[in-house]
Design a protein around this ligand. Structure first.
Ligand SMILES: Cc1ncc(COP(=O)(O)O)c(C=O)c1O
Length: 399
């Protein structure tokens, strides 16, 4: 019997991948499944980006690159940060990594150990809690509120900070809720953090360009945080590049060598062709991104009212990303049971709110990165399924 490290039992998972496997198995068995579970754009990577990757391979970029990434890519990231937020970032602070997840893993490994506390959004991206537990640190959930458009409350977050708090994880626009933190709340949080100089902040802004109403407030625009802010960003969502595994982080100068050493220990460097594709994404035409966002906006305008029309459902309008996170408690089933039954009996893959933390109970996550036809069919099937349950008296819906 192999004897594994105890920490292995703390590793959680991302249910989206389990639901994807189950949905695929049902599909192979001949069932018609609409997958609104997995969180990735349903668009191909724009052609000019694919071409840049192809050219890099043809030009012979087959070897290791510097561990922190090729300089023109890090320069393009710095220019992009200036374009988007007007902030000046040195390419020397930019670490190119294989996907957005790597930054959260490195940041949590850097600060997490027994006795330390790390604050993370709940419901939130499930990997935060999983890695915090694995690091030995205590995960401290920070609630996000449906009544506040799924933003955090600055006062509530500040009240969670103790002398043991090492890291505060923020995510706006957010997965799974689509929530966007308003500027006044971020301002108040940053002002309050002045009283807690021992706390480092990791801001996950992977959906930063996916905002429908108002503006994304980047934590990078607060100079008072510059020496303790880790920015997580990447190409996966904005440029429909989830399979390329390309992300980046911006680190305070003091932390950068430690992050780079983690990269050298972990993956050496990101594959060279993907890095060249990343330059094309940041420096090329923006129309493909605008086109994709226009499609997501149209789908959001369809799915939110449509979900609100289902008995037992109540859906807040998500300000960003491509997720709707309706409260379906009125159906009278626990989220996990509702997720399973919608998949098995209606052929609709969604993700239970509890997959994103205990505070997600009562909710389901719908990814609306799917065609309008698929969304219409999905809502229709759920409506029919709810109607059947209602007749059989199997849910808590009023007759
Ligand atoms: C909030 C959030 N952060 C990070 C990631 C990870 O992105 P990547 O696929 O680039 O690792 C995701 C992916 O779903 C996400 O939703």
């Amino acid at each position: 019997m192999p004897i594994m490290a105890a920490r292995m039992s703390e590793l959680g998972t991302e249910s989206a991948f389990e639901v994807l496997a189950r949905a695929n198995a049902l599909q192979r068995a001949g069932r018609s499944i609409i997958n609104l579970g997995i969180g990735q754009p349903d668009f191909p990577t724009p052609e000019h980006i694919v071409e840049a990757g192809r050219k890099a391979l043809a030009d012979g970029h087959h070897g290791y690159t510097p561990a922190n990434g090729i300089l023109p890519l890090r320069e393009a990231v710095a220019a992009d940060q200036f374009r988007r937020h007007g902030v000046t970032v040195s390419p020397e602070q930019v670490l190119i990594v294989p996907g957005g997840k790597v930054t959260m893993f490195f940041a949590i490994m850097m600060f997490g150990e027994a006795g330390a506390e790390i604050i993370y959004p709940n419901p939130g991206f499930p990997i935060y809690e999983s890695v915090i537990r694995t690091s030995g640190a205590t995960p401290v959930p920070m609630p996000v509120h449906e009544s506040k458009g799924f933003s955090f409350s600055a006062d509530e977050v500040l009240a969670l900070i103790t002398p043991r708090t090492r890291l505060l994880i923020l995510n706006s626009p957010a997965n799974p809720t689509g929530g966007v933190a308003p500027k006044n709340e971020v301002d108040r949080l940053v002002a309050g953090l002045e009283r807690h100089p021992h706390v480092t902040v990791m801001s996950d802004e992977i959906y930063g360009e996916m905002v429908y109403d108002g503006k994304h407030v980047s934590l990078t625009t607060y100079p008072e945080l510059a020496d303790r802010l880790i920015l997580l960003d990447g190409w996966s969502k904005t440029y429909a590049m989830t399979g390329w595994r390309l992300g980046y982080s911006v680190w305070p100068t003091e932390l950068f060598p430690h992050a780079e050493r983690l990269a050298i220990n972990c993956h050496s460097c990101v594959n060279a062709a993907a890095q060249f594709a990343g330059i094309a994404a940041l420096t090329g035409p923006r129309e493909p991104v605008q086109h994709m966002m226009a499609a997501f906006a149209e789908r959001r305008d369809y799915i939110v009212p449509a979900l609100n029309g289902l008995p037992g459902f109540r859906c807040a309008n998500p300000g960003g990303a491509f997720y709707a996170f309706p409260n379906a408690a009125g159906v009278g089933l626990e989220s996990r049971a509702l997720q399973s039954r919608l998949l098995d009996e209606a052929g609709i893959a969604t993700i239970a709110g509890t997959s994103f933390g205990a505070f997600g109970e009562g909710h389901l996550r719908f990814s609306y990165a799917a065609s309008m036809g698929a969304l219409q069919e999905a809502v229709g099937r759920i409506g029919d399924w709810l109607g059947r349950q209602n007749m059989d008296g199997k849910t808590g819906l009023a007759g």
